[in-house]
Design a protein around this ligand. Structure first.
Ligand SMILES: Cc1cc2nc3c(=O)[nH]c(=O)nc-3n(C[C@H](O)[C@H](O)[C@H](O)COP(=O)(O)OP(=O)(O)OC[C@H]3O[C@@H](n4cnc5c(N)ncnc54)[C@H](O)[C@@H]3O)c2cc1C
Length: 498
């Protein structure tokens, strides 16, 4: 029987979120198997729990995501790993502690000397070890092997952030190329994707300039961009163009040269991925530079995605009001020219920055007005992609920690006839987060990857600060995982004592 594992306060919050999301999503999705709808309340028994009836033998069983048995969910996780994860997620849930920690990490006090070494080593043994795959590719390889043993796969992420000049970009692209080599040295298919951040291989200023020029061309189609290669639509009717208020100057010869260098870096990386047959997933960032990122992604996809095998994948941030319209438009255009597209769907991680930029320019935020609208957009885009890939070329990565979205997607995949272990559909969560959802989906037979950044502690610090911010607050999504982990740790403790 199911047990209630979530304290009422957190449960109420999750239920409120779930109830609205499920109701709206189900309305917009095609009808979902009633069992999935009835099992969406977290601590309720799922249809196929031991105590429940078996479905009629004539129907194909929908996937059963069971979160009611933490012992089974965490059976492959050692007690020390579980203890560390639980402690780290609990620490990041204490809002004021995160605020002080973030202030401290960004302050000048920790930039030099003994204090710096002390801080780095404590970050390494806690947050870093929980959220990162290792200091170098060899370490990351070991983490991937462990994941592979427990039925999950890895998305390898060389953990660099923005580059500001060609020297930095050249250095970074070597790291991404090396990541492909490391992937090839690991067990077959244990690395599902190599990740690239375009802001690490093209100077930030140039990405801003290209985005401005693309936006202006969207406002005025007669505006010629001589350097522009074939691409897919980057904007929809509803896309905001407020970042570009006046006609930008054309690229200077020096900028055109830098653009050529950026194109060459991406081309070399794509070619290496084609040779290795490992897909390359391009991360989405903030809207100041996202048009340029989409431009690079789509022009590379046109070049390298063939047959039913997308190599270059883009990312759609469904917290943006124009996300669904853009996804539909781009998919249609790709279909028309016979290019199979792969997309990663996420909610989006730059919310406060987006709000700040829009407000400073005097415009409305590009982000949905309510969290429920974001949930609905994610679930609608998921539904659209699952239907699309069930009936034709294309792939989708559903990158989310949201239990409700996971359940709805699993049900929808079943409904449209997508087999569970299907190379067209991958679920993904960040390494060190949402273990319950990862193992739940994997135990139900889906392909699941963990997004695994690697690199020296100092290099991945901005990533760690984003994770701390994301888990901030007692009502953060990690609450579900924390409760399940606590329950399993309690069970293991009792079992070892009695
Ligand atoms: C494998 C993987 C890859 C990722 N890659 C990227 C990437 O390339 N680019 C990127 O930007 N992000 C990326 N993310 C992060 C992702 O965008 C989310 O920040 C994170 O996963 C939380 O969303 P969720 O789907 O897990 O949903 P939930 O756990 O339900 O989180 C919802 C969160 O959405 C936010 N939110 C969104 N819209 C609203 C709104 N209108 N009002 C209030 N709050 C809102 C809130 O902060 C809320 O906490 C990735 C995540 C994963 C798991």
């Amino acid at each position: 029987m199911a047990t209630r594992v979530i304290p009422p306060r957190i449960l109420k919050n999750i239920r409120q979120n779930s109830a609205t999301t499920t109701a709206t999503a189900i309305k917009s999705l095609n009808p979902i198997h009633p069992s999935i709808i009835s099992s969406t309340t977290i601590a309720q028994p799922s249809l196929y729990d031991e105590a429940n009836q078996k479905p009629p033998s004539t129907t194909v069983q929908p996937p059963s995501l069971n979160f009611n048995d933490p012992e089974k969910l965490f059976s492959s996780v050692s007690t020390s790993k579980l203890l560390r994860s639980s402690a780290v997620l609990h620490a990041t849930a204490i809002g004021p502690m995160v605020d002080i920690g973030m202030w401290f990490m960004k302050s000048k006090i920790v930039q030099t000397g003994v204090l710096k070494n002390l801080v780095m080593s404590s970050v390494k043994n806690t947050f870093y070890d929980n959220f990162c795959a290792g200091e170098d590719a060899a370490d990351a390889g070991r983490s991937i092997r462990w994941l592979n043993d427990v039925g999950l796969r890895g998305m390898l992420v060389y953990g660099v952030e923005d580059a500001h000049d060609n020297e930095g970009c050249d250095h970074n692209v070597k790291g991404f190329l090396h990541t492909v080599d490391v992937s090839l040295s690991l067990p077959h298919k244990s690395v599902s994707f190599v990740i690239v951040k375009i802001t690490a291989i093209c100077p930030m200023k140039l990405l801003e300039r290209i985005s401005d020029l693309l936006r202006w061309q969207q406002k005025d189609p007669s505006f010629i961009l001589p350097w522009k290669e074939d691409t897919l639509p980057i904007f929809a009717e509803s896309s905001p163009l407020y970042h570009t208020q006046k006609k930008p100057d054309p690229l200077t010869p020096e900028e055109e040269n830098d653009l050529e260098l950026a194109n060459k870096r991406l081309l070399e990386l794509c070619q290496k991925c084609v040779q290795a047959n490992i897909p390359l997933l391009v991360d989405a960032e903030h809207t100041t530079v996202q048009p340029a990122i989409d431009y690079f992604t789509y022009s590379s996809a046109i070049m390298h995605n063939k047959g039913d095998n997308p190599i270059v994948f883009g990312t759609i941030q469904t917290y943006l009001k124009d996300a669904k319209e853009r996804l539909l438009l781009t998919s249609k255009a790709a279909e028309k020219i016979g290019v199979p597209m792969g997309y990663k769907l996420v909610r989006g991680a730059y919310m406060s920055l987006e709000n700040k930029i829009a407000e400073s320019l005097g415009f409305a935020s590009p982000i949905h007005n309510t969290i429920d609208a974001t949930h609905k957009c994610f679930n609608d885009c998921t539904s659209f992609m699952l239907e699309k890939i069930a009936n034709g070329p294309g792939n989708v990565v559903l990158a989310t920690h949201n239990i409700e979205s996971g359940k709805l997607a699993a049900a929808k995949a079943h409904e449209v006839g997508l087999g569970k272990v299907n190379h067209k559909l991958e679920f993904a969560q960040l390494y060190g987060m949402s273990e319950a959802l990862s193992f739940g989906l994997s135990h139900a037979g889906f392909q699941v990857s963990k997004y695994m950044p690697f690199g020296p502690v100092e290099m991945v610090m901005p990533y760690l600060l984003r994770r701390a911010e994301e888990n901030r607050g007692l009502l953060a999504a990690s609450g579900f995982d924390r409760q399940l982990m606590r329950k399993e740790l309690g069970r293991r403790f009792k079992a070892s004592v009695f």
